[in-house]
Each structure stands twice: as structure tokens, then as C-alpha cells.
Design a protein around this ligand. Structure first.
Ligand code: GLC
Length: 528
């Protein structure tokens, strides 16, 4: 329970009682409160709530309050030796000691989470979806609502778009034990890496975390500490233009990669013939960063090439299926995807999409399909495959820095952002898959987006967890080795076979894990 000024024992009814109480009432004088006018108590109650009530009862009931004050008054004018306060009975003094103990106990023994928040505090917050100005505006509006409700101001920090750059920034801040930022948005693969710098949220959000999907909450628990609060789930999906599919005679989105290539080529050709010279069939995340790890892992797994590290703890990238998958992706460049795709992060693809210059796009469920100006014509579907359904699981959590000076206010912000109400709005307005248990099982929300029901089901069959747990603090190195190898193969600097073979050796060296037998049939297991 939080006891703050607004929730203290002070109430308007109590205020009326005090103000109407006659100052010279005999009952009042006998109780020992007569020296102080009721309004004075009232002021103290308003400003300090419970603590003053405890002090008033403890001291006032012993009848010593007045004497003490008289003593202090006399002391201040130099007559202390003659005052009655210093001739006080032993019982009177004992009462003061007992009352002081009572005040101390009531005000100091409250645990962290029961202390009130400082409503004048300002906290800083590195928000999600950094990099997009428009999304930043939406986040700011939500934070404004939070401030209006709680009085806690929030400085919103827009971080870099690339999650790799954001992680590097966090590491710099943590190294300096910087007090700011207080609240951080974390990629779901970072908990193990940053855990030692994050506050345990259990004392603050113990009740709220029970409302979260258990699997997500478990993922955010490191050595029994809840180091982050799950905020959303994401998965890789295929965005497509329904109007263009209709225009070129396709009745459904592509199920296989081969189909995607055929459809994208046909639409691209047709649109270019109509003077849309910047039109491309398919855009995705090809820059060398975490996003490429996600895209390439989806290609690899959808071809039956499994995960980077398999369930048995073996480095598993060197297999013919992974090679086939990467060759396929390489063949898209310059054909259905622009050569510049090798510099694209999420926002680059989105901006081409919004200009109406692409037929298909790989992105996260996070990005609303109701984006203007194509709102009514954009739809989402499962990613194409070649034998195995695959989608990388993304998602974000909210954490409090261990070096924050305002953990209670920071926890208030997390409580707000993960509340059912806010999660429901993010779901409806932005297609953010919520982590709130109630909401997920509420047919009102699933029913409103029938395609999402299918997507959620796909998570259980084809959801791929990047090997961040098994790699521990080495995960950033593992991912960097992976996307660097993929990128150089896509660029044509090195053959796909050579890139994959070198990658296998690099990963064995980085992780210390053994390799699976090279050129085996590929692994279909998914490392957790
Ligand atoms: C999204 C995902 C995150 C992933 C990142 C890659 O933000 O939620 O898990 O690492 O994209 O760009």
C-alpha cells in the first residue's frame, strides 16, 4: 500500500471537524492539545499526513506536548532553569520517549514500496520506438497523461534507432553509474547482459507482475530478481498491399519465398511500367545490425536451417539449408529489393512503404498496418517459408536503473505503461501485442483483429528465440558475428559458403560451445 498525502488518514471530513472544534473547548484543553490551535494541526496533517497524526496522538495523549513547547519557548528566552518543562515528572518524560519511538517506528519502518512518491520529481525515460519522430509524438502524449494523473514529470529521451547503438549508450551510462535515465526500454535479448545494473522490481511491482503473461515475466527474471517488466511482444510479419495483389490477379499473400519472388517481380514490373520508377517488390532490414540478425534467422529457420545455437548447445549455422536461404536472399538484391536495402533499418522500409513504393515489407507487428496513406489497403500475414514456419520473437521490457534516485516514481511510470488500460490502447491504436494476461484472453481485443489471432498461434509453432540466454553476456558478440557474416555475403564480398563456414568457427570461438557436424541436414530445433 502506498500512503502519500492523497491517501493519508487526513480527509475533508477530518478537516471540517478540526476547523469547527471550539478552540477553548474544555474537552480539547483536557486532552493536552489546547496550546496549539486546531488550524495548526490541520496544516501539519495536510502537509505530512500520517506522520503528524502519529506524532499528535503519541505526544498529545500523554499531555506533554504543551509542556515541551513551553519549555522550548522559555529556553529560547533564557529562562530554561525555571521552566516547568524541566521539572516534568518521570512519567511525562517516559511518555515523550515512548511517543518519539512510536513516531520513528511509524515513519521509518515502511518498506521501499510503501513510501510515497515525490510528486514534484522529474524522471527521465528512454522510450520505445526511438528513431521515429511521429512515434515519439505518440509516446509524449501518453507521458503527458501520466504526468497529469500523478504529478510526476517525465523527460523523454529519444534514443538511436538501432538497438545496437542503444545498447552501447546504456553501457556507457551504466559504466558511469549515471543517475539518468531512470527508466529504460530494453530489447528482449538484453536482460542477461544488463541485469547487474537494473533494480529489482519485485518490491515495487509485485502485484502488477501477476497480471503479465507468465512466460514473459519469467524471461525478465534473472537470478530471482525481476530486472524488467515485460511491456510488449513482437514478431516478424509480412506486410502486403491488398490493392496491388488484386490489381495483378493474386488471391492471397505469398506462402513460400518462391511465390513472394514471383509476385513481387510481377507487381514491380507492372508498377514501373506505370511510371513508378522508384517502386520495389520487397523491402526488409539489411543493414549490419541486430535487425539483420532477426531477418536472416527467419530465412535460415524457414528453410529448415534451425537456430544459430541449437537446443543441445551446439553452434549450428553451417548447414546446407542456411546456405540455401542466404543465397535466396542475396538473389533478391537489385531484383525485387533495392541495392540500398543493405543499409535499411525498420524506418527506411517504412518510409518507402508509406510513399506507396513497395508491394511487400518485412517488419514487426509493432508497426501499425493502419498507416496512412495506405491504411485500408495494408494487411499483414505470416512470413513466407520453405518448409518451416518461422518468425523471430522480438519485444520490449521496461526497467529501472540501479543508479536511479527516483525508483518509486520510476515504478509508477512502469505501472502506468503496463496497465491494462494503456496496453489495450496500444493494442488497438498501434497493434502492439500486449503482455497483459486479461487482455490477451479477452475476446473483445482478439476479435477486433482476427488476423492477429492467427499470428499469435504462429508464435507457438514458429516462434524463434534468439540465443541470448545460452550466450549470456556474449550475445552482442554472437549477433554481431552473425549479421556481419550475412551482410558480407549479401554484399558479395565473400561467397555464402565461405561466410557461413567462417561464421561457424567465429561463433565456436566466441561462445566456447562445440559445433554441430558440418553439412548435416540442418537443425530444426529452436534454442531458448
Ligand atoms: C525490434 C524488436 C527487437 C529487435 C529489434 C531489431 O525492436 O522488438 O527485439 O532486436 O527490432 O531491430
Amino acid at each position: 500500500m502506498i500512503i502519500g498525502p492523497s491517501e493519508s488518514l487526513y480527509s475533508p471530513r477530518f478537516e471540517r471537524l478540526l476547523v469547527s472544534w471550539p478552540a477553548k473547548s474544555s474537552r480539547w484543553s483536557k486532552s493536552g492539545f489546547s496550546w496549539l490551535p486546531p488550524r495548526c494541526y490541520l496544516y501539519c496533517m495536510r502537509s505530512m499526513g500520517l506522520r503528524v497524526l502519529a506524532a499528535s496522538i503519541g505526544i498529545g495523549c500523554g499531555g506533554c506536548w504543551e509542556r515541551v513547547l513551553r519549555g522550548a519557548w522559555s529556553l529560547s528566552i533564557g529562562k530554561w532553569r525555571s521552566t516547568r518543562a524541566f521539572k516534568m515528572s518521570l512519567a511525562g518524560r517516559a511518555t515523550i520517549v515512548a511517543a518519539s519511538f512510536c513516531i520513528w517506528a511509524m515513519t521509518s519502518c515502511r518498506t521501499e514500496q510503501t513510501k510515497s512518491t515525490d510528486q514534484n520529481a522529474a524522471i527521465s525515460f528512454v522510450g520505445w520506438n526511438s528513431g521515429s519522430t511521429r512515434d515519439a509524438e505518440k509516446v509524449k502524449a501518453l507521458l503527458g497523461e501520466f504526468t497529469a494523473r500523478t504529478g510526476i514529470r517525465v523527460n523523454y529521451i529519444v534514443g538511436p534507432e538501432s538497438t545496437d547503438d542503444l545498447l552501447a549508450l546504456y553501457r556507457q551510462w551504466f559504466e558511469r553509474k549515471s543517475e539518468s535515465p531512470d527508466v529504460l526500454t530494453l530489447d528482449n535479448v538484453w536482460k542477461g547482459i544488463l541485469a547487474e545494473h537494473l533494480a529489482d522490481l519485485n518490491p515495487y511491482l509485485e502485484r502488477e507482475v501477476r497480471q503479465i503473461v507468465p512466460r514473459a515475466a519469467q524471461d525478465d527474471t534473472v537470478d530471482g530478481r525481476l530486472v524488467a517488466m515485460p511491456f510488449n511482444m513482437q514478431m516478424g510479419v509480412l506486410y502486403y498491399r491488398q490493392d496491388l495483389l488484386r490489381k495483378y490477379g493474386f488471391s492471397h499473400p505469398p506462402v513460400t519465398w518462391e511465390e513472394l519472388v514471383k509476385m513481387a517481380s510481377r507487381i514491380q514490373q507492372g508498377e514501373r511500367a506505370q511510371r513508378k520508377k522508384d517502386f520495389w517488390g520487397f523491402v526488409w532490414q539489411g543493414a549490419p545490425y541486430e535487425g539483420l540478425t532477426c531477418d536472416a534467422l527467419e530465412w535460415q529457420a524457414s528453410y529448415g536451417g534451425g537456430n544459430i545455437i541449437d537446443n543441445n548447445g551446439h553452434v549450428a549455422v553451417e548447414n546446407p539449408r542456411t546456405i540455401k536461404a542466404l543465397k535466396m536472399a542475396k538473389s533478391w538484391i537489385g531484383k525485387i529489393s533495392p541495392p540500398s536495402v543493405l543499409t535499411f533499418m525498420e524506418e527506411d522500409g517504412r518510409s518507402i512503404w508509406e510513399k506507396g513504393n513497395a508491394a511487400f515489407r518485412r517488419d514487426w507487428t509493432w508497426r501499425t498496418p493502419y498507416e496512412k496513406p495506405l491504411s485500408s489497403e495494408t494487411a499483414i500475414s505470416l512470413l513466407p517459408q520453405d518448409g518451416a514456419q518461422a518468425t523471430v520473437l522480438g519485444g520490449e521490457s521496461l526497467a529501472i536503473s540501479r543508479y536511479s534516485k527516483h525508483p518509486r516514481e520510476a515504478a509508477e511510470l512502469i505501472r502506468f505503461l503496463t496497465s491494462r488500460d494503456v496496453q489495450a490502447r496500444l493494442w488497438q491504436e498501434e497493434l502492439v501485442l500486449p503482455v497483459n494476461r486479461d487482455l490477451i484472453s479477452d475476446p473483445q481485443y482478439i476479435g477486433a483483429q482476427p488476423e492477429l489471432e492467427r499470428l499469435e498461434a504462429a508464435i507457438s509453432t514458429g516462434g524463434i528465440v534468439r540465443p541470448s540466454v545460452i550466450s549470456g553476456k556474449r550475445y552482442p558478440e554472437v549477433s554481431r558475428a552473425y549479421y556481419t557474416a550475412v551482410h558480407s555475403a549479401l554484399e558479395g564480398q565473400i561467397s555464402v559458403e565461405r561466410a557461413v563456414s567462417k561464421l561457424q568457427t567465429d561463433l565456436v570461438n566466441i561462445t566456447g560451445l562445440p559445433p554441430v557436424r558440418p553439412h548435416s541436414r540442418g537443425n530444426r530445433s529452436v534454442a531458448k
